[in-house]
Write a protein that binds this ligand. Structure first.
Ligand SMILES: [Zn+2]
Length: 432
């Protein structure tokens, strides 16, 4: 039975490599072979073999030996090597399109974003423009000997997985697109790109060590900081997410989306649609939403509706991104309509978020998109409104984190999504 033994050994090696890569990704600092062996439960001999594979394939590199205290030999830490293995993230959004290339060490290799209103752009034109943007990037990466692991594409809509492995965009109402076979676009086929909802990918970008080594701090607990400043007697909770944390990610743009991460893993649901918090109705008699329901969260907390409700612009004009700053300035200046619009949006958001927390049993909300750039106050006020509506509020400390420091998180999550294949199936990419 030599053949089946060989397959099993490959599976085992794939599994072990994946475990080693995950352990190193989730560590806050480089680890020696001995530390990795101890953390993973692998023997030192196996660890030595696996680290040789990762070194030869330029996934990791050896740092300068560290002298141990005591009589032990100096240990050589292994760290992810920049400049070789990359993932490509792409995004088409209402306000433009672009890409980012991230390596496994977490460094941005190349990136570009084209500001352009995409509402009304046909899918053929949008994907052709994305294709044109990516071709020279791929050529440059190839010339510099980068290895492209995979690519992800963030779209503001619902994407279904088809039985033959292809993907279909069911609807992206804010782009005006529906029922779109994504495999028919050349750039998707050429890069073997996998598409996902922008909120799902933005949530992935928040998970430390998902596909590249951990940054120092991605999110800041602005709500808690303000709270702590007011009440110095309370202890300050952890301000950042850990790799195994659970959280509800709320993405705010023209549309409001959401994603749920349980213990460091994205929960997609059976069909990939989990977390659509923007179409949770918070008022059965509210304004009619594009989805056909009344009083959806998006009708109060979405960018277009907030700008309209604040009396800044009307009709399709309200979708222009530049009005966010206007809204923010008017709110700060205590303009009556802006204050009222934000107050309504906060109530709607608190209602939907507390319902989600009660259903999911999760203690952390991460705010993304334009809500996260409104400063500490908004997150703090949201936290204050959510707490009384959480049934088990005495059992845990609710955190409202803001990811304002991470620009275009869905784009970064899309790159991580592409790069993640190397972590899950290392043997498909590495030369043994
Ligand atoms: Zn709706």
């Amino acid at each position: 039975m030599p053949r089946s033994r060989s397959i099993n050994q490959d599976d085992l090696r794939n599994h072990n490599l994946s475990v080693v890569l995950t352990t190193l990704l989730q560590s806050v600092s480089p680890m020696s072979r001995a530390q990795l062996a101890k953390s993973t439960g692998l023997t030192k001999a196996t660890m030595s073999l696996l680290s040789d594979i990762l070194l030869t394939n330029e996934v990791v590199e050896e740092l300068d030996p560290q002298q141990k205290t005591g009589n032990g030999r100096p240990s050589t830490p292994l760290a992810f090597r920049p400049g070789c293995w990359v993932g490509i993230g792409m995004q088409i959004n209402t306000d433009g399109y672009g890409y980012t290339v991230t390596d496994i060490a977490g460094e941005t290799v190349m990136e570009e974003w084209i500001d352009k209103s995409m509402t009304g752009t046909t899918p053929d034109d949008a994907f052709a423009a994305l294709d044109e943007l990516l071709r020279p990037v791929e050529a440059t990466l190839k010339r510099r000997n980068y290895r492209i692991v995979g690519a992800g594409l963030a779209l503001p809509g619902l994407i279904a997985e088809l039985e033959d492995g292809d993907q279909r965009l069911l609807m992206a109402p804010n782009l005006g697109w529906e029922n779109l076979d994504l495999h028919r676009f050349e750039v998707m086929r050429r890069l073997e790109a996998v598409s996902d909802n922008e909120a799902n990918l933005a949530a992935i970008a928040q998970i430390p060590g998902y596909a590249s080594c951990r940054p120092t701090a991605q999110v800041k607990d602005v709500a808690e900081m303000t709270h702590a400043d007011r009440s110095s007697t309370e202890s300050r909770p952890d301000e950042t997410l850990s790799p195994e944390d659970s959280f509800l990610y709320i993405s705010t743009d023209v549309g409001v989306g959401g994603a749920f991460v349980r213990a460091g893993s994205l929960v997609r649901g059976d069909h990939g649609f989990a977390g659509e918090i923007g179409h949770v109705s918070v008022d059965m008699n509210g304004p009619e939403c594009r989805c056909g329901r009344r009083g959806c969260l998006e009708m109060y907390a979405g960018r277009r509706e907030l700008v309209r409700n604040a009396g800044i612009a009307d009709g399709d004009e309200a979708v222009q991104g530049r009005y966010v700053k206007e809204l923010h300035d008017r709110w700060r200046a205590d303009d009556d309509r802006a204050v009222y619009a934000i107050d309504q949006a906060l109530s709607a958001m608190a209602s939907a978020a507390s319902s989600a927390i009660n259903m999911l049993d999760v203690d952390t909300i991460v705010l993304g998109g334009f809500w996260s750039v409104f400063g500490d106050d908004l997150a703090a006020r949201l936290r204050e409104r959510v707490i009384p509506w959480v049934l088990a509020r005495h059992a845990f400390n609710l955190r409202v984190l803001s990811c304002s420091s991470l620009e275009r998180p869905a784009l970064r999550g899309a790159a991580a999504f592409g790069l993640r294949r190397l972590i899950e199936r290392p043997m498909d990419y590495l030369d043994i």
